[in-house]
Design a binder for this molecule. Structure first.
Ligand SMILES: *[C@@H]1O[C@H](CO)[C@@H](O)[C@H](O)[C@H]1NC(C)=O
Length: 337
């Protein structure tokens, strides 16, 4: 009320952002990080929807070498998950392993369908992390979570599934103005100038591929490769569609990250420990002896789960993560080659 009044009295230079955002983003988050937050188109053929991050912990058991471990705090929550860093080589070989057989598709695995406003009600499905580099340069990471990744098909054979799936956009801002953004795709991705991408108002669109949730700047079919696996073009495709619009910023936890000491500070009371957990967010790769597994020339039907947001190169020189040179920031919207 006070800010509204002073706005009226002093001529309100700034136009208010949509009220829903202002309600959801905690104070202290730079307003431009909210105003330019991407919107994500989900493919409606995909049964795997954005998922509650805490539910992943509730429905899994930490394992090392596929064996349960003991002595960690119970219940595990987003506020103590980093206690698992005392196991499995500093946490790196800890796998949050599904309590259910995932081939039975338990409810928690299929996540939450966004409502008409794009909100995944009752489910925190995203994490926004700001990294301030000084001199007006700030990177905002919009991290999206799915409980399961369905990997697609090669020659009608389903491959590349895994429990747990983190994808992200990153927008690089200079003095509050968006310069470029990153779309993650299968441990690689694409970078575009901000002006090049499709938007709703100021907010860029990302298209999450059916099953794999790789993020693209446009709808359609996208050839992709799997690093270290040479398949002819057209063998491995992602499909994106203007299905359901998801607004991750409505159901997010918000943090700043300090690259010099690698610490997260929540903008409000959000839990932090899970961001420091060094292990995996899903099952270990099933052994070939497991009846669910299938080995297609070394590429498996079930792969191991991914690491979390901290391991997506939060401290970046370029808009792309450092493992994806050369970083070409495309001035026009084109499909991935
Ligand atoms: C879309 O994803 C679902 C898994 O959620 C899969 O069963 C289905 O075959 C996929 N459809 C296409 C066209 O790839």
């Amino acid at each position: 009320m006070i800010s509204l009044l002073s706005g009226l009295l002093f001529g309100a230079a700034a136009v208010a952002a949509p009220t829903t955002f202002n309600k959801r983003a905690p104070s202290g988050v730079p307003q431009y990080v909210v105003d330019y937050a991407p919107l994500v188109w989900l493919d409606d053929r995909d049964v795997y929807r954005p998922s509650d991050i805490a539910a992943q912990v509730d429905h899994t058991t930490p394992k090392v070498d596929r064996n349960p471990i003991s002595g960690y705090p119970q219940p595990l929550t987003l506020s103590n998950l980093d206690a698992l860093n005392s196991y499995g080589d500093g946490g790196e070989n800890v796998y949050l392993t599904s309590n259910d057989d995932v081939t039975t598709v338990p409810d928690w695995l299929t996540g939450a369908q966004p409502n008409a406003e794009g909100e995944t009600e009752g489910a925190k499905t995203a994490v926004v992390i700001t990294v301030d580099h000084g001199g007006g340069k700030l990177d905002a990471f919009y991290m999206y979570f799915w409980a399961f990744n369905w990997g697609g098909t090669v020659l009608d054979i389903n491959l590349g599934n895994h429990v747990g799936d983190w994808e992200h956009n990153m927008i690089r801002f200079q003095d509050g103005e968006p310069q470029a953004l990153w779309y993650s795709q299968h441990s690689r991705g694409q970078a575009f100038e901000y002006q090049a991408v499709e938007k709703e108002g100021k907010r860029p669109y990302a298209y999450a591929a059916n099953g794999t949730h790789a993020l693209y700047a446009m709808a359609g079919t996208h050839d992709h490769t799997i690093p270290n696996l040479n398949l002819p073009a057209g063998f491995l495709e992602d499909h994106t569609q203007r299905g359901t619009l998801w607004d991750p910023a409505l159901s997010a936890y918000w943090y700043s990250f300090n690259p010099s000491d690698q610490t997260f500070t929540p903008y409000d009371g959000a839990p932090v420990a899970y961001l420091n957990y060094k292990g995996r967010w899903g099952d270990d790769r099933y052994p070939d002896s497991d009846s669910r597994q299938f080995n297609f020339f070394g590429f498996r039907r079930y792969e191991g789960g991914p690491t979390g947001p901290k391991f997506k190169t939060l401290d970046r020189e370029l808009v792309c993560p450092d493992n994806d040179p050369p970083c070409i920031v495309l001035p026009i919207k084109v499909p991935r080659e």
